[in-house]
Ligand binder design. Structure first.
Ligand code: XUL
Length: 527
């Protein structure tokens, strides 16, 4: 067990709807979680006017958020940690996770501005003048179809782009978003000195200087040569003028970006802790779920649902909806992303006036397979499969039957996870699951039955923040010349054994039969 004076490691996660923190205490080879905190943007910072973390927009395809809000949230959360009673003088290193793809545009005053933040003054008015674009497009934005086509055409087609960067062009990826900004607002682009991801922006705010991007998050941009982990010039040329000079450098996930700047030390009484390079939320969740060997698969049931697993070699899904990202281990990860995750479950729950307990009871009250009734829960434009015109589609399903509709949304999501992860070519025996909806046993039972695999749920409430804390520990040990292997980093975590849910053979057989019908329905409706 850890002693009283181990080193502390802070992992942050700036997700769509909230900012979370996990603190690990480490003594020798063992480490355990000593603190978890979370702050929801809509509730804690209502003056930004976000709804589920997104700024209002009259165009359903546009989704932006506020970089200033993220910094204010960071300030609030660090104040909470400082007041928590933990002895933060023992804080050795910090790292972070962030929603992927979102971009933050800074002007040439940022390098000096970030380095000279005044701890006696509120932060928002010090951050606003550093931005060349007041808002940040985020992963829920799907307004860049034309830009995707233009980039794919310019580099020689979607297959070539996928072979080099890990993905064909996707609306939410940073490259198409930069092209839209550079062509739509050329003066503001000209005034942009640096385009950061959410992850590298927040690392820059903590260190007081421009921080690099790691390959895990860099591979979500349609700009990075996946195998070389460097910027790919043909993609830069296809995206915007002089883009290379405007991008941060790329650095391994385990690199140290700098030290916590004097601003944060004075403001919250924190030490000059190391700040390890930040990464995307999905690469960080991969680490928290212990997925460092090919063959293991994770699912995150959050605002987006994602299914992912480590890959030794980057086998790309050239024509499809999957991506290959860098993994924090230096290898690769395959991932497929569904936009209609928790928001779709919530919409069905609210439509029938249910609580989450009522939702679970309703799920149990209808039979596996739902007597053939199917739903496509595309409340918002969908990423997988690509659906630009939102709207729920039903087949053989009575809209007024609450129980059947609850089962239909969960079954559709699980069947879609199974169908669209086949490209990874992994035989799934065990699924490691995290995210808010993982607390719902009835949902996990449907997942186990659809995949015919055991489902293991990790207990920590924020896997991405935990993964970031583990990455901070790993980076600190490497930097200190006492490297820990990834296996030791993960095995050293004292955590309650995960709860397991096993598949029921008759239900699995039912879903095996249903999958082709679901696939055909999807194909017919996606347009
Ligand atoms: C990943 C993606 C989402 C965001 C959510 O490609 O778009 O999972 O990272 O935070």
């Amino acid at each position: 067990m850890a002693g009283v004076d181990g080193e502390l490691y802070l992992g942050l996660d700036c997700s769509t709807q909230s900012l979370s923190a996990v603190v690990l205490e480490s003594t020798g080879r063992r480490h355990h979680v000593v603190l978890e905190r979370s702050l929801t943007f809509d509730a804690a910072l209502p003056h930004y006017g976000t709804h589920h973390g997104v700024l209002p927009s009259s165009n359903p395809l546009v989704a932006h958020s506020s970089p200033v809000m993220w910094v204010e949230a960071l300030d609030h959360l660090l104040a909470e940690l400082a007041a928590s009673g933990l002895d933060l003088r023992r804080l050795a290193a910090i790292s972070g996770a962030a929603q992927q793809h979102g971009s933050v545009y800074l002007n040439d005053g940022a390098a000096r501005g970030l380095d000279t933040l005044d701890p006696s003054r509120p932060l928002p008015p010090q951050i606003v003048p550093l931005l060349s674009r007041p808002t940040a497009p985020i992963w829920m934005d799907s307004s860049t179809r034309a830009e995707c086509t233009a980039i794919e055409t310019a580099v020689g087609g979607p297959e070539r782009l996928a072979q080099r960067t890990g993905s064909r062009a996707f609306e939410r990826f940073t490259g198409p978003q930069i092209l839209k900004f550079a062509s739509g607002e050329p003066a503001a682009y000209a005034a942009t000195d640096r385009v950061h991801l959410v992850s590298s922006f927040l690392a820059s705010v903590l260190t007081g200087r421009h921080a690099p991007i790691d390959p895990g998050d860099g591979s979500g941009m349609n700009l990075m040569d996946l195998a070389a982990a460097g910027w790919w010039q043909p993609a830069l040329d296809a995206t915007a003028p002089d883009l290379r000079a405007r991008l941060p450098g790329l650095a391994p996930s385990s690199a140290i970006a700098g030290r916590l700047s004097p601003h944060w030390q004075f403001r919250h009484g924190l030490p000059a802790a190391k700040v390890a390079v930040w990464s995307g939320d999905n690469p960080c969740s991969l680490i928290a779920l212990g997925l460092v060997r090919e063959g293991r698969v994770g699912v995150s049931l959050g605002t987006s649902d994602t299914i992912f697993g480590p890959m030794r070699e980057p086998r790309v899904d050239a024509g499809g909806t999957g991506h290959v990202f860098g993994s924090p281990t230096g290898e690769f990860m395959g991932i497929t992303v569904f936009r209609n995750g928790s928001l779709a479950r919530e919409r069905v729950r609210d439509r029938y006036g249910l609580t989450w307990e009522g939702f679970s009871r309703a799920l149990g009250a209808s039979p596996p397979g739902n007597a053939g009734g199917l739903m496509l829960p595309w409340f918002e434009p969908e990423i997988t499969p690509a659906v630009a015109v939102p709207g729920v589609r039903r087949r053989g399903l009575d809209e007024h039957d609450a129980s059947a509709n609850v089962r239909a949304v969960v079954e559709a999501q699980m069947l879609a996870l199974a169908l669209h992860s086949r490209w990874m070519g992994v035989t799934v025996d065990v699924l490691h699951v995290t995210g808010g909806a993982a607390a719902n046993h009835a949902i996990l039972q449907v997942m186990a039955d659809v995949f015919g695999a055991t489902v293991k749920r990790i207990e920590v409430s924020n896997a991405a923040a935990l993964g970031a804390a583990l990455r901070a520990l790993h980076a600190d040990r490497l930097d200190a010349g006492r490297p820990l292997s990834w296996d030791d980093t993960i095995d050293g975590l004292d955590a309650p054994p995960p709860a397991s849910v096993h598949p029921a053979p008759t239900s699995h057989a039912r879903y095996r039969d249903l999958l082709p019908a679901y696939a055909a329905f999807e194909l017919a409706e996606r347009g």
